[in-house]
Design a protein around this ligand. Structure first.
Ligand code: CMP
Length: 149
């Protein structure tokens, strides 16, 4: 079982896509175990995007992620990291496969609607950054016995 931090970024919130994006993960069979709606502080933004510090798009990325609220979530399931990244699609909407969130709703790189953890190690660090341990809810969907092997 894996966990992933997923953010509906400010563009997704402003465009009214929170529900549609959550539906993609619910439909996939994944389990939502934490969620919060918040305005991201500059401190949280720079910690979350530390790996991108110094890149050409970094300042614009920090400005973007702090400009309007985000929906932060933790999703859980077998191979959740790969499954979520597949459902989200490649960074640029024009390179993402048809049927992915970014293909269906985005065009360029910065306004790509969703963040999803890229490895179990980064997922653990990102979840610890965004959520307190007691905010993660242990539960099971009754349909999982028909979804998970
Ligand atoms: P994500 O892959 O979730 O994390 C890094 C983010 O930086 C990425 O989504 C985009 O929002 C943004 N990003 C990546 N590449 C570029 C780029 N070339 N120009 C602007 N923003 C970018």
């Amino acid at each position: 079982m894996e966990r992933s931090l997923v953010l509906v970024k400010p563009d997704g919130v402003q465009r009214g896509l929170i529900g549609k994006i959550i539906t993609r993960f619910e439909d996939r069979g994944l389990r939502l175990i934490a969620a919060k709606f918040l305005l991201v502080s500059p401190e949280l933004a720079s910690a979350h995007y530390a790996v991108h510090a110094g890149k050409s798009f970094y300042d614009a990325l920090i400005q973007f992620i702090t400009a309007s609220p985000v929906m932060a979530m933790v999703w859980e399931g077998p191979d959740a990291i790969a499954a979520i990244r597949q459902t989200v699609g490649k960074t640029r909407g024009t390179e993402a496969d048809p049927g992915t969130i970014r293909h269906d709703y985005a065009l360029q790189a910065r306004y790509n609607l969703v963040h999803a953890s890229d490895s179990p190690e980064n997922a653990a660090a990102e979840i610890a950054l965004w959520f307190k341990p007691e905010e993660l809810v242990a539960w099971q969907r009754d349909t999982e016995k028909w979804t998970y092997e």
